[in-house]
Design a protein around this ligand. Sequence first.
Ligand code: 13P
Length: 256
Amino acid sequence: MRIPIVGGNWKMNRGTPEQSKEMLKELIPLINHIINVEIVIAPPFTSLIGAYEILKGTNIKLSAQNMYFEEKGAFTGEISPNFLKEIGAEYVILGHSERRNIFNESDDLINKKLKKALNIGLKPIVCIGEHLEEREAGKTKEIIKYQMDRTFKDLKKDQIIQTVIAYEPIWAIGTGKTATPEQAEEIHVFIRGILSQKFDQETADLIRIQYGGSIKPDNAEDLFGKKNIDGGLVGGASLQANSLAHIIKAAEKTFN
Ligand code: 13P
């Protein structure tokens, strides 16, 4: 039994401390009765402290959008996982395709961040996904396997169980072009298959695999209805309380 997890990744789109507080105050009453969905919000770093104050005692957990793999030192501009933990972040998104593509983050770097997050007790949401050209060339599974081999290198069973995987096809992110539920499910089954080879079936069955890429209130239920899609990581549609609440409710509806 996997509890679905819905994450709102605000990226750099919304999230002055004031905007964050306003949005969260609107969201909380819409979803505070929901117990069968884990709800996570990832505002920009500068809003984390303020968001934590508002989210304390609610059913919404706080996530950072990134971190560095060192805890301390001369790393100008980076954020220590310890700082995040101390201000109440429970999750951290790692290896988002925007980090990989715009900021050149490698699988090796993401693997280091992942191990560090797990080590200090931050729960990672690790993103993987293929480019449009790779899908069109029939290479999606090859790419996913390549990313998983490197990103999850040397992970132990108890560590992978703590990890949430987000399958985010890059061509679907921010484009309005969602993967069909069948396309997404096919890759989720593939990812779970790799996990069962790397670990075992029982472990693979425990790991939550989110879908991400143009999730909207009107397509969420169909996506979340698939057996291997355990919620979603939502960008654009997570910026408004109403639409995010709708998506969270879709995850609750399809939970069984
Ligand atoms: P969109 O929902 O805006 O396509 O973004 C998805 C995403 O990148 C979530 O991390």
